[in-house]
Design a protein around this ligand. Structure first.
Ligand code: SAM
Ligand code: SF4
Length: 427
């Protein structure tokens, strides 16, 4: 979401004549587009600001701005904590950035941190660094109040992008050669276009028809709102990837209630079962939080049990960090000691790594369709791409290049990557 927002910020500033600098040394303005979801993200920004101080010392007219969720959340106190900052803009105020930058240049400091429940940046086309894959936001904000989560406080009320605007953007991307589009929202299943009455499955179906040669992905699906009609759409449209990211957070219903997730583990199991019946071989990923307030050893064991049972292809795994202002921060003691959180997280990571590696091993000898994204990180003689199930595949470059869809025979695997040999160029 931040990558997409950075594209919006760039487009808005380029329209005013600004250009992207090729390095920090050359820049007249350094802007950090920030995330506040976990404490760790906030710490990284603090660390980077320390680094920026050096540039500012050498070039006092340099302007430093913080955009996105951290300023929305920490507001003007950031000016005191980090005097290097000149301006602050929240996720709903990017349209006024040119004026804000001018104000900061003249007055020394400026901030715009209002929520705008109608802002979807309709009519602004994201500046993109490459045309092969693209993120297309379909909504902003979130109306859920998961007890651990800061998003409703930083990104405001949920609003959906107009149905027609999403389709226009998708069409333009496909015509421009984009091979994979990911629709984005904090809870895509609650997409609702008030004008047409379209829900998410209707939007997804229409998007997949608008760009029939383009792979379509989406994230994030909230388990409580995942409908059978969405699964039907996924099953019926060949260019919608056979992959679903369905964050469960915990394997314990007791914890899900405390987290205010709005569903229990039985619901989750039933949804997974239904998905696997309707879309055999679907690849599944999830988010897991270790050590949320009140989590006992028994709750933690239920998370491990769920992981063994579902066998997710991959997972984003975190230990809980308190986010001031959230329901949990206000009403629940952060009572799992840090070393226990870390130990539980490690057990979760070890288990998931083992499962991911086993699942990858099973692909040995199979032939998969890979959309080539780039050269592999290790060698320019190899290419890296993904399967529809979102598995990373590396293979010898041969005659292929980024953008090709290649059939690859899998000959080996590491813990997170499939290794293969090109079998045939598809198109
Ligand atoms: N909207 C998505 C959903 O509900 O599944 C998730 C969005 S959240 C930005 C991404 C992930 O960060 C969450 O699924 C959760 O696992 C993790 N997360 C959020 N708040 C957290 C916190 N306070 N501590 C640790 N992890 C957190
Ligand atoms: Fe946060 Fe829950 Fe909204 Fe996801 S659904 S963004 S976890 S409040």
């Amino acid at each position: 979401m931040n990558q997409a927002d950075s594209g919006i910020i760039t487009a808005l500033l380029e329209k005013e004549g600004y250009q992207q600098a090729s390095s920090e040394e050359e820049a007249g303005i350094i802007m950090l587009n920030t995330c506040a979801v976990r404490e760790n993200a906030v710490e990284r920004i603090a660390h980077y600001l320390q680094h920026v101080k050096g540039f500012k010392r050498r070039c006092p007219e340099l302007l430093v701005g913080l955009t996105g969720c951290i300023p929305q959340y920490r507001r003007e106190e950031l000016f005191t904590d980090f005097p290097v900052i000149d301006f602050l803009a929240g996720p709903d105020t990017y349209r006024v950035l040119p004026a804000l930058i001018a104000e900061a240049g003249e007055a020394g400091r400026a901030a715009r941190l209002d929520f705008n429940p109608f802002e979807t940046y309709d009519g602004v086309t994201q500046a993109r660094t490459q045309s092969l894959t693209a993120f297309v936001p379909i909504m902003r904000g979130c109306n859920n109040m998961c007890a651990f989560c800061v998003v409703p406080f930083t990104r405001g009320r949920e609003r959906s992008h107009p149905f027609g605007s999403v389709l226009d953007e998708v069409r333009a991307l496909a015509e421009g050669g984009c091979r994979e589009i990911t629709l984005l929202g904090q809870n895509v299943n609650s997409y609702h276009d008030p004008q047409s009455g379209a829900d998410f499955s209707r939007l997804l179906d229409a998007v997949s028809r608008e760009a029939p040669e383009t792979r379509i992905r989406f994230t994030t699906s909230h388990p409580k709102d995942m409908s059978h009609s969405l699964v039907d759409t996924m099953a019926s449209r060949p260019n919608i990837c056979n992959h679903l990211h369905l964050p469960v957070q915990s394997g314990s219903t007791r914890m899900l209630v405390r987290m205010n997730r709005g569903h229990d583990i039985e619901d989750y199991r039933n949804k997974i079962e239904h998905l696997r019946e309707r879309i055999p071989g679907i690849s599944l990923s999830t988010d897991l939080i270790a050590g949320f307030c009140g989590e006992s050893d028994a709750d933690h064991c239920q998370t491990l049990e769920l992981m063994r049972e579902v066998r997710f292809d991959s997972a984003f795994m975190f230990y809980y960090s308190v986010r001031p202002g959230t329901l949990a921060a206000r009403t629940m003691p952060d009572d799992v000691p840090e070393e226990v959180k870390k130990q539980r997280l490690q057990e979760i990571i070890d288990l998931q790594n083992g499962i991911s590696a086993e699942l990858l091993c099973r692909e040995l000898g199979s032939v998969v369709e890979v959309l080539v994204e780039s050269e592999s990180r290790r060698s320019s003689d190899q290419l890296m791409g993904r399967t529809g199930g979102n598995r990373v595949v590396v293979f010898d470059r041969g005659i292929y290049q980024p953008g090709d869809m290649v059939r690859v025979m899998i000959t080996g695997s590491t813990s997170a990557t499939l290794i293969g040999r090109a079998a045939e160029n598809l198109h």
